[in-house]
Design a protein around this ligand. Sequence first.
Ligand SMILES: Cc1cc2nc3c(=O)[nH]c(=O)nc-3n(C[C@H](O)[C@H](O)[C@H](O)COP(=O)(O)OP(=O)(O)OC[C@H]3O[C@@H](n4cnc5c(N)ncnc54)[C@H](O)[C@@H]3O)c2cc1C
Length: 507
Amino acid sequence: MPELYQKLERIVSKNRISNDLYVRHAYSRNVTSNLQGVPDIVIRPKDTQEISEILKIANEENIAVIPRGGGDCEFGGSKPIGDTGIVLDLKSMNKVLNLDTDNLIVTIEAGISWSKLNDYLCHFGLYTGCMGPGSGLTSSVGGGLSHHSVGGGGCAKYGPCTNQLISLEVVLATGEIIETGCQANKYSKLPFNRFGNGPDLAALFCGDNGIYGVKTKVSLQVFPKPEFADYKTFLMPRNSMEISAQMMSEIRQKGIDVYDTMYFMDLIVSIGIQYGMFPMWEHLKRKRGVIFYTVEANSETELKAKVAQLDKIMLSKKAEEFGPEISDGNIAKWHYEEQGHWLIAHNLWGLVPGFDPVDAECHVPINAYPKIMKDLDQWDMEHSEDMQKILEITGMRPITGTGPIILTEGNNVELTCGFTSFPSYYNGEKHENIKEINVKLWKSLLERLVKQGAMFYMFGDILSRHMVDIQGYQKGYYELMRKIKDAIDPKHILSRGKYNFWGTKRK
Ligand SMILES: Cc1cc2nc3c(=O)[nH]c(=O)nc-3n(C[C@H](O)[C@H](O)[C@H](O)COP(=O)(O)OP(=O)(O)OC[C@H]3O[C@@H](n4cnc5c(N)ncnc54)[C@H](O)[C@@H]3O)c2cc1C
């Protein structure tokens, strides 16, 4: 290992590489404490060329390399699987390289966060449309593209962030650098179109969870932020889960280009109020579900027409409108005007000390989620013995349910479901026991959802392998994934272990 360290040290400057124990441990996990893997070395490259050199050496030495953006993956995706490898921290590659205001395309380094990018764009009256994931304050554009992220604002109107992708620069595991779309023509000056010059190779790296290449440069389409917007929040009647699904379907059937629609189930509303997360709803007598919409337009007349259509849908189903201000209960205003779209999940997840969301975030059709949520209640009951064990150790019983249910492009929703647990509870004693139960429950829950036909996008450490182990993939699809991996990363160094692609170093 010292030899490898010295070779890498020749590529990057001294303050961009470390094998100090505390640094390695700082990079040994993502959001959940249930999954850990301590790297041997952490590197922060400053440019594409350095990454290419690092990967060539890693290939020679047959050592795993794990790309990391914001480190916000909920399934342990940007830390090693096992105690090994090099974590490639891309957060220093965070510059805006070009803004083409004529053609509305921005070119950036892949480590830039969604918030930094949009902060830059707003000075030109522009935004990214889909504002990335709910973790957009810290997560990177490269991480978002690797997950097909969606959920941090604008996803009902614009869809996942990969929709906006024009062109990518990627370093392959072998160190080769490629560009996609219009940029595959070596005479092309500026990125302008993703589709052409052959197959859509950018798609190969979208949603790849970091296994096919390291994204270094990204060109995204950007949009003028419309001048007019409105946002309203409603208290739901009883049976709010079913009714919220009907409302979302109707929005789609009527073709209204709503910017966001989000539903909070009754349980989240009451627990959130109890822990001070939703002060605007404290006055509620009946703690029922809540739904909101945000909508944009280019003129007042257009806005009024859209609002009238949306209100009709909500009110006809006996939802009650909150007042216009945030303090009246209008969380939609906070969401749209005060970057609530990037704050809400962070708040939810910091609810109580030691709280750990054991996540099963996925997409399902709008009309399927009420049934799936009922099945999750059933799953919870079937696992009450294990839940009881966690209660006995921590004093808190895990809660199964869903965070915000978010309408995305097309007729589907992002279901931020899972269960809460408390592995790092107050004094940390018996952490390992709880971890074992959590991981067992987690795998069981993921399997349940896979078998309900849910579509996942974030696979990380746990789901990428579990999906293969439970034979959730159609055989031909998985075989093709493997053949592509073998062809472009013959030693399986990139994100080694994900999807059970281990190369010769099988764990
Ligand atoms: C509070 C909170 C809210 C969240 N809300 C959402 C949400 O609404 N929607 C959603 O989709 N997700 C959500 N997430 C999950 C996660 O934050 C996002 O999916 C996000 O896009 C990950 O970006 P990141 O930069 O943090 O990636 P990381 O966690 O650093 O990496 C994610 C994956 O991408 C790979 N990767 C990262 N950068 C690169 C690169 N440049 N090249 C190649 N591979 C790379 C990694 O190896 C890893 O497999 C949330 C997480 C948190 C903590």
